[in-house]
Design a protein. Structure first.
Length: 340
């Protein structure tokens, strides 16, 4: 398993009950706290949200075309700046609403116990027909995916504990050939989600099926208002024991849920600027594919974070989030998703 020691044993063992704590500082919060960010997006309910460009994807490696492919909605520096300004304003609003420290220690760098955040999950299996080749994956793969999420976000596979747990509420099976394969950005995708999406901003909707354009998955970033497109789309055969070679241990789901909780790719912004807006993920010039041990594409300190869930490496290579990413996800939850 290369850089993921004892991972199969850890995953089979399940997730232990843990009391979480994070030492958060301005640098680790995961949101750019510059005064210009606040002034660009004042903290009030009428503040306009950034343009609806909050989709991101994971592509399959192994071919020159895949290496050269950009995400369907890869964020530009301007789009990131807009999102970070909105994040700062939304986070400030959440703190004003509750000065008693809701699920986070992001105020003034104090150490605060982090209570587990339980995320309800609704899974929609999109099928062409009743066969496995037509998208009808078994419940056992979905249950294994939930286990993988809980292990990854608890820190059981390595890295930081994030405080998030995932509770499967429902498996919804839909046979509709017009939605299969799922095409990112299409009118069919919007129709599918408009018909199926369940719950409030705090409910994770996962759509499984065959995907277009050799994509493994895509996700929406959080917004202040509930968007019918909100959720995560994942290649069904990327779930544990699926047929997507090198991408069948469930970490496409882990990666896309990271976006849903407001994480960028580790290679966002390349070697310049604020990168992925998290201080403890080393800068990375471009996506890493396969498992290139020792890769170092930026002159800044630290080798490329190829084992991070938010890169593009094989599932067998990625196994961790950082403390800064955990802080950013908790802050984003409070700013955007804490209320149903």
């Amino acid at each position: 398993m290369g850089l993921r020691p004892n991972l199969l044993t850890r995953r089979a063992a399940g997730v232990a009950s843990t009391t979480f704590a994070l030492l958060l500082s301005t640098a680790a919060v995961g949101v750019v706290p510059a005064a210009s960010a606040y002034s660009a997006a004042p903290g009030n309910a009428s503040c306009a949200e950034p343009a609806d460009v909050h989709s991101d994807a994971r592509v399959r490696g192994g071919s020159k075309a895949a290496h050269n492919r950009h995400d369907p909605n890869q964020l530009t520096a301007t789009q990131v700046q807009e999102r970070e300004a909105d994040f700062a304003a939304a986070l400030r609003n959440s703190m004003l609403r509750s000065k008693s420290s809701i699920r986070t220690g992001s105020t003034e760098g104090r150490t605060v116990a982090l209570a587990p955040i339980s995320v309800p999950v609704v899974v929609h299996v999109i099928q062409k027909d009743s066969t496995r080749a037509g998208g009808n994956i078994p419940d056992s793969m979905i249950n294994s995916q939930i286990t993988v999420l809980n292990q990854a976000y608890s820190g059981a596979t390595g890295g930081a504990a994030t405080g998030f747990t995932f509770q499967l509420q429902k498996i919804n099976r839909v046979t509709n050939a017009s939605w299969y394969p799922i095409v990112q950005g299409s009118s069919a995708e919007r129709s599918m989600k408009t018909s199926l999406r369940t719950g409030g901003k705090n409910t994770l909707n996962v759509y499984l099926g065959e995907l277009s354009d050799d994509l493994l998955g895509w996700a929406t970033f959080p917004k202040r208002t509930l968007d019918v497109m909100d959720g995560v789309v994942v290649l069904g055969e990327s779930l544990p024991n699926g047929t997507a070679t090198n991408y069948n241990k469930g970490d496409t789901g882990t990666h896309e849920v990271g976006h849903w909780l407001n994480l960028y790719h580790t290679f966002q912004g390349g070697c310049s600027g604020s990168g992925d807006s998290v201080s403890d993920t080393p800068a990375e010039a471009s996506p890493a594919f396969e498992c290139p041990t020792g890769r170092d594409t930026c002159t800044a300190s630290g080798k490329d974070p190829i084992t991070n869930f938010m890169d593009y490496t094989y599932d067998s290579c990625m196994y961790q989030f950082t403390a800064g990413q955990a802080s950013r996800m908790v802050n984003a939850w409070n700013a955007y998703r804490a209320s149903a």
